[in-house]
Design a protein around this ligand. Structure first.
Ligand SMILES: [Zn+2]
Length: 384
């Protein structure tokens, strides 16, 4: 098979100092907006940003109440069309992170960190905190179907895993080849050599300034497939990265933070938060602090309703990756009270928690699935 090992074309990654910008991917997709609106219209009256009406009391031994003297942090408001974002709970941008675990990486049989990161480790290569999967920062009814990685114009975009290029250039969203008004801009899609549970896996790389890979080409992990740009519906250069499972469609995305290997010694927090009607708490702020220092504070917003899919095992509505191993405090404001819980993050692993109205916080993992759940055609998952 042809191996892609192209030159840099004279473009080295540049300093990552440009101001934060907002991707407007999908804003210009009227039929999508309509679809999302219809989806939301049937259900937005239940568990919204503010949660259910305060009629119940949080029960359960695991829900820890606010210690005396604790000053609750004001809850943020979700502002639609926030083009220039403040950065509450922004990820700390340190200049160094450990190398990633080798892929595929999976300590548990239900994990699937199959992909390397599409931006090299000498750049910022983790998701922008304000633009995680499942957020609605473009417009109230439009859900983000991938993660955005802050990268300089011209930075190399790397194949996240081995596979065959099935789409390259303009027209990924619209389906019209060469459509230069496509919100994804110039994009590449790789269909990977492995799947998961007998279904294919795809990764999507959007907003390229230059496409290097060509349709039909077989690429290996780390091959350069394009350069970071600002084509399509975006106001600045960055990489929009998606993981699609089962089909190469807009509605088949999953949270890339559950599919890309964490840095060595670091772990991933996965949560499922529901209200008193067992409905998912959408657009719900969750604060995560390392103990004992409490800093840096990370703030995650749970998935909105719309074109997002939870992991088949975890059924989560929030993921926060890239947490150094250690003890963390999770805080949510529920029924007008701050409710806290402490969890351990383990190297290279998922720490899973639930929050329910009746039980409060729990760290019981989801029930073990039946045998038919286990990965089918996936590449070999390392034994623990
Ligand atoms: Zn994006």
């Amino acid at each position: 098979m042809m191996n892609l090992s192209l030159s840099l074309r004279g473009q080295q990654p540049k300093a990552i100092s440009h101001p934060r910008r907002s991707s407007l991917l999908h804003r210009f997709a009227p039929h999508l907006i309509l679809t999302m609106g219809l989806l939301l219209a049937s259900s937005c009256s239940s568990a919204g940003e503010t949660g259910p009406t305060p009629t119940a009391v949080i029960a359960g031994e695991t829900a820890t109440q606010v210690p005396a003297g604790f000053e609750p942090t004001p809850r943020p408001t979700i502002e639609p069309f926030r083009f220039v974002l403040p950065t509450p709970g922004a990820e700390p941008v340190s200049g160094w992170r450990p190398p990633l675990y080798p892929v595929p990486w999976a300590v548990s049989a239900y994990d699937h960190f199959y992909f390397a990161r599409p931006i090299a480790a000498d750049n910022v290569n983790w998701p922008l905190a304000e633009y995680r999967y499942g957020g609605t920062f473009f417009a109230p009814n439009i859900v983000h179907t991938g993660v955005d990685i802050d990268a300089a114009e011209g930075a190399q975009i790397l194949a996240a895993g081995p596979g065959t290029v099935v789409s390259a250039g303009w027209g990924l969203y619209s389906g019209a080849e060469g459509n230069t008004s496509d919100p994804y801009g110039q994009a590449v899609v790789i269909k990977h050599d492995f799947g998961y549970k007998d279904k294919p896996l795809y990764t999507i790389y959007a907003h390229m300034s230059e496409v290097i890979a060509v349709i039909g080409q077989h690429v290996q992990t780390g091959d350069v497939i394009g350069l970071v740009g600002a084509t399509g519906a975006t106001t600045g250069p960055h990489l929009h990265f998606e993981v699609r499972w089962g089909a190469n469609t807009f509605y088949s995305t999953y949270n890339p933070e559950l599919w890309t290997a964490p840095p060595q010694g670091w772990g991933v927090l996965v949560g499922r938060l529901t209200d008193d009607e067992n409905k998912l708490l959408n657009n719900y702020p969750v604060e995560v602090r390392p103990m004992p220092s409490g800093v840096p504070l990370r703030r995650v917003i749970t998935y909105a309703q719309g074109a997002v899919n939870p992991d088949p095992y975890y059924q989560e509505n929030m993921v926060l990756s890239d947490l150094p191993a250690g003890l963390y405090k999770i805080t949510i404001n529920y029924m007008e009270k701050d409710v806290q819980y402490w969890v351990d993050i383990y190297p290279g692993q998922v720490t899973y928690f639930t929050f329910t109205d009746k039980e409060g916080f729990q760290v019981t993992p989801p029930p073990v699935p039946t045998l038919d759940f286990l990965p089918g055609t996936a590449t070999a998952v390392p034994t623990p």
